[in-house]
Design a protein around this ligand. Structure first.
Ligand code: ARG
Length: 459
């Protein structure tokens, strides 16, 4: 079948070239957006009296029928028609005859493809915001159950100070809150309409871009036609946000892998989220968080890939830009799959409160509090730090923890110690004493959870 652009050619396209340059194998994912863009475009062509209204009606009818067939999965897209835009146009002409050829008046595939991707990313961004919210909801429910559950807090993966497990989990709630805000904010730029830019310089027809923008729900029309067809920032922005989201997912997944190990045993993942070993019958492997951690890599790759494609590209459209799609689809699908799994995995995990609490009897994570104790008795913090360092060393040498020492032993290091030190040293006290705004005390964690509830309800 002849090419839509075949007029100036004297030879058939080499088959390998046809396959190499075609994008239909992947850009068919844009079929619905492509048709919706065409419907708005042809409506405008009619409203501006660029083509007769009866032709507009025929084209709309044809496009709507194609849309139904696409949704039913009945359409076969062909490599010889190269991409989704020309496949749809060919289908339209086959269906309604040569009048279908009027659809492409005053536009180019360059503004068309950019419009399709804006529409696609808008839909996906809205869907992903919802999926992020579901993860936040799962975190919030676990947090509400674990306000008083104590766990060692770490720095350098060394025991640092005890914290509420809810507090630890809620740290991720806020990361996802910022991710959601980033996605929401990006919609401002996704909602710029490229259509009407033509190939690069605008069009000779008296089009009304504002009308198309209204039809498609865009807030802004690109004010520069060359920018409109060359801009892929909106995809780069999405890929960056996607990479940040995956980084957060990966960090949480890593914690889940560690927490569910034999060495920690702080949580147990639900059987339905784990797999076994083909040789070691005792194994229950955390494959899901491991894969979530690993899939982060491909989203970084997609970002770096597109940055590299765009770097050094002269204006305006270049075929290089066709390489923007597969990475974008891949990041969208990776995010969808990952967020969908993460929420129920968090919801169904068992929190082993006793193991977490017992761990705190076996460490020095209350040491800062004895230093603070001496400070309240008038000792400068630096001197207190030195005294406690010595007490910790003494305890290690005598195989004891801070709660095991007697008041006489404490008094050997400073006469400021009194019996109330033992109240101060309990992990419960250590945690509830950290009552500064944003701290880990139960009162602060409750306040944080209330704020989180409000955020979720109002987003
Ligand atoms: N398939 C092309 C792409 O995705 C559509 C635009 C083609 N434009 C052109 N001038 N060859 O980039």
């Amino acid at each position: 079948m002849s090419k839509l652009w075949g007029g100036r050619f004297t030879k058939e396209t080499n088959k390998l070239v046809e396959e190499f340059t075609a994008s239909i194998s992947f850009d068919q994912k844009l079929a619905i957006e492509d048709i919706d863009g065409s419907l708005a475009h042809v409506h405008m062509l009619g409203a501006c009296q660029i083509i007769p209204l009866e032709d507009v009606e025929k084209i709309k009818e044809g496009l709507n029928e194609i849309k139904v067939s696409v949704l039913k999965g009945e359409v076969e897209f062909l490599v010889e028609h190269e991409d989704i835009h020309m496949n749809v146009e060919k289908l339209l002409i086959e269906k309604i005859g040569p009048v279908g050829g009027k659809l492409h008046t005053g536009r180019s595939r360059n503004d068309q493809v950019a419009t399709d991707m804006h529409l696609y990313l808008r839909n996906k961004t809205i869907e992903l915001i919802q999926l992020v919210k579901e993860v936040q909801q799962a975190i919030l429910s676990q947090a509400k159950e674990n306000i008083e559950t104590l766990i060692p807090g770490y720095t350098h993966l060394q025991r640092a100070q005890p914290v509420s497990f809810a507090h630890h989990l809620m740290a991720y709630f806020w990361m996802f809150e910022r991710d959601k805000e980033r996605l929401q904010d990006s919609l401002k730029r996704v909602n710029w309409l490229p259509l009407g830019a033509g190939a690069l310089a605008g069009t000779t027809f008296p089009i009304n871009r504002q009308l198309v923008a209204e039809q498609l729900g865009f807030n802004t029309v690109y004010p520069n036609s060359m920018d409109a067809v060359s801009d892929r920032d909106f995809i780069l922005e999405f890929l960056s946000i996607g990479s940040i989201i995956m980084t957060h997912i990966s960090r949480l997944s890593e914690e889940m892998v560690i927490w569910s190990s034999q060495e920690f045993q702080f949580i147990e993942l639900d059987d339905s989220f784990c797999t076994g070993s083909s040789i070691m019958p005792q194994k229950k492997n955390p494959d899901v968080p491991e894969l979530l951690r690993a899939k982060t890599g491909r989203t970084y790759g997609n970002l770096i890939g597109l940055l590299t494609v765009l770097k050094g590209l002269p204006l305006a459209y270049n075929k290089d830009m066709q390489e923007d799609k597969e990475g974008m689809f891949d990041t969208v699908e990776t995010l969808e799959g990952s967020l969908q799994l993460l929420a129920p995995m968090i919801e169904t995990m068992t929190v082993k409160k006793d193991v977490m609490r017992k761990a705190l009897n076996q460490d020095f994570s209350n040491a800062t509090d004895i230093a603070d104790y001496l400070v309240t008795k008038g000792l400068p913090f630096r001197d207190a730090h030195e005294v406690i360092g010595k007490i910790v060393l003494y305890s290690i040498q005598h195989n004891k923890f801070l709660l095991d020492l007697s008041i006489e032993e404490y008094q050997q290091f400073s006469s400021l110690f009194e019996k109330d030190i033992f109240v101060i040293l309990s992990p419960e006290h250590v945690v509830s004493a950290r009552n500064s705004y944003g701290g880990t005390s139960p009162a602060q964690v409750k306040e944080q959870i209330n704020l989180a509830d409000d955020k979720l309800a109002n987003s």
